[in-house]
Design a protein around this ligand. Structure first.
Ligand SMILES: NC(=O)c1ccc[n+]([C@@H]2O[C@H](COP(=O)([O-])OP(=O)(O)OC[C@H]3O[C@@H](n4cnc5c(N)ncnc54)[C@H](O)[C@@H]3O)[C@@H](O)[C@H]2O)c1
Length: 250
């Protein structure tokens, strides 16, 4: 059974060319949404969306640029007439270095996308939803790295902790507009982001024994939870911060 309330809705997903974003586009299309797929990687985005059947528009945009964030929402409205759902997913991981060795430029690069970019994208989406006056739903993609400190992750971890804060503020401000805002915190997910950092293909069986399920997630498992939060099934959920981590943070 599809999730209630997604059929016919217009959803914008950033970081849609691969990983969790691509899986979320696919899931939302399967749920009957019209999807605006946004990424900096033109070729990968076009290829990924070509493999999906449904109503999808591809927009090449860099969320670290203010004008791109505003333009992607404008494109959504031009193509589909509205914006109902927003998945603030684009992110970069940065180098795994101790604080003492982390260049400021790398710290800034990660924050420029993961929190400054997420803020500008969220702002553009909320402005549109508020102007429409018919509510909406947002999922910000944070990380377990924003819930629990990890070594070698100063830039990434702090950016993900910040997006949890941003998400709560957005939930407060937008509840009166009927717009729900939640954050998901994936654990290890088998995507191109994680592969080089953890060399998943070479991870021996049991390496995820720190989590009860003992494995990394498939991106579709995160996408399913995002789709639920966007749907009317989650109509009383706002301001939530939800680990999707196989129990890693219990
Ligand atoms: N993979 C994991 O284990 C994991 C765990 C926790 C959280 N996350 C978060 O989930 C989200 C998706 O990660 P993923 O694992 O699918 O990564 P990924 O690298 O597979 O995909 C991220 C996508 O974001 C796009 N992107 C990067 N910078 C962008 C920008 N400035 N503008 C537009 N698009 C941009 C990339 O091109 C890429 O297509 C990220 O926010 C990430 O931090 C991932």
């Amino acid at each position: 059974m599809p999730f209630a309330g997604l059929e016919g809705k217009v959803a914008l997903v950033t970081g849609a060319a691969r990983g969790i974003g691509a899986a979320t586009c696919l899931r939302l299309m399967q749920e009957g949404c019209k999807v605006v797929a946004v990424d900096v990687l033109r070729e990968e985005l076009v290829q990924s969306c070509a493999a999906m059947s449904g109503e999808v528009v591809v927009v090449v945009a860099d969320v670290s640029r203010e004008q791109d964030c505003d333009a992607m929402v404008t494109e959504a409205v031009l193509h589909f007439g509205a914006l109902d759902l927003f998945v603030n997913n684009a992110g970069v991981i940065g180098p795994r270095l101790p604080i003492t060795e982390l260049p400021v430029e790398e710290f800034d690069r990660v924050h420029a996308v993961n929190i400054r970019g997420a803020f500008m994208a969220l702002r553009a989406a909320l402005r549109q939803m508020q102007a429409q006056g018919r509510g909406g739903a947002v999922v910000n993609v944070a990380s377990v790295g924003g819930l629990a400190a990890q070594p070698l992750s100063a830039a990434y971890g702090s950016s993900k902790r910040a997006i949890i804060g941003l998400s709560g503020t957005a939930a407060h401000e937008n509840g009166p507009h009927g717009i729900r805002v939640n954050a998901v915190c994936p654990g290890a997910v088998d995507t191109p982001m994680l592969a080089p950092a953890m060399n998943l293909a070479a991870v021996p069986e049991g390496a995820f024994k720190g989590s009860p399920l003992g494995r990394a997630a498939n991106p579709s498992e995160v996408a399913a939870f995002i789709a639920y939060l966007l749907s009317d099934e989650a109509s009383y959920q706002t301001g939530g911060v939800y680990p999707v981590d196989g129990g890693r943070t219990i």
